[in-house]
Design a protein around this ligand. Sequence first.
Ligand SMILES: NC(=O)c1ccc[n+]([C@@H]2O[C@H](COP(=O)([O-])OP(=O)(O)OC[C@H]3O[C@@H](n4cnc5c(N)ncnc54)[C@H](O)[C@@H]3O)[C@@H](O)[C@H]2O)c1
Length: 268
Amino acid sequence: MTTGKRLAGRVALISGGGGEIGGAIARLFATEGAEVAVADLDPDKAEAVARAILDGGGHARAFAVDVADEASAKAAVARSVEVFGKLTTVVNVAATITPDGTVETLSLDQWNKAIAVNLTGAFLMCKAAVPELRRAGGGSIVNIASQFGHVGVPLRSPYCTTKAALIHFTRILAMDHAADNIRANTISPGFILTERSSARSGGKAQARIVNGPRHLLNRPGEPDEIAAGALYLASDESSFVTASDLLIDGGYIAFKGKIGPDGKPALS
Ligand SMILES: NC(=O)c1ccc[n+]([C@@H]2O[C@H](COP(=O)([O-])OP(=O)(O)OC[C@H]3O[C@@H](n4cnc5c(N)ncnc54)[C@H](O)[C@@H]3O)[C@@H](O)[C@H]2O)c1
């Protein structure tokens, strides 16, 4: 990949930055000149990502955050500004692992936890960050949604609902803060090969076999492919892009079929 300094002078706060997609975004942003606040519920994971950036000559700090907790979200924003002097960019990647079930089997606590982290978490991070972005003269917010914010899967109402709502929340956020020179967009990834997404299939090797053919490109995506989209939305290259959803899904939601053994698209 060619690298430059497309984020020179930016300070980016990435929630869920200790995870696989969040970590890929944090590393790419640092390579492109951003100072990066890597924030995660798991401080060790955040620290490992920040350490790798520092070892590579970039600028990063790790912070613990629970995005579902208003005081914690506020503190992560405040600490980022304290350390780096300003905030220009927020990427909300954090999401909790949501249980499978129907309305009859899911408990209210399970439902509320999904909403609290996946949806309210982005709300709280934006609530704390918007005044800082405005103070910096504007900025970019990127919320990581999902292909399942567009199409559904049985038994996964908590996840699908939070991601669909996140897409719509982000559109309104963009409307409310366009005059502040703040752009807000979502990315909807297809199946991205991570430990979390592969757990349902019993590991990455099996997940590749099961999920690859559901995409027109006949393979799962990689975290770096989502990071490339986040870089575009964070940089000035997307200066006329707001209230938008960027599908990086290998053709997943357009494709009502499966790639056959001959490598060609077929009806499933
Ligand atoms: N992997 C995929 O196939 C896929 C597809 C579509 C969308 N996504 C979305 O991409 C994002 C990253 O997914 P991933 O596969 O890299 O998962 P991951 O588990 O590697 O990353 C998620 C990170 O969020 C953190 N987190 C969880 N709860 C938190 C909280 N309350 N506060 C702060 N941090 C918290 C976790 O510690 C973890 O580091 C998620 O939003 C997920 O929904 C993933």
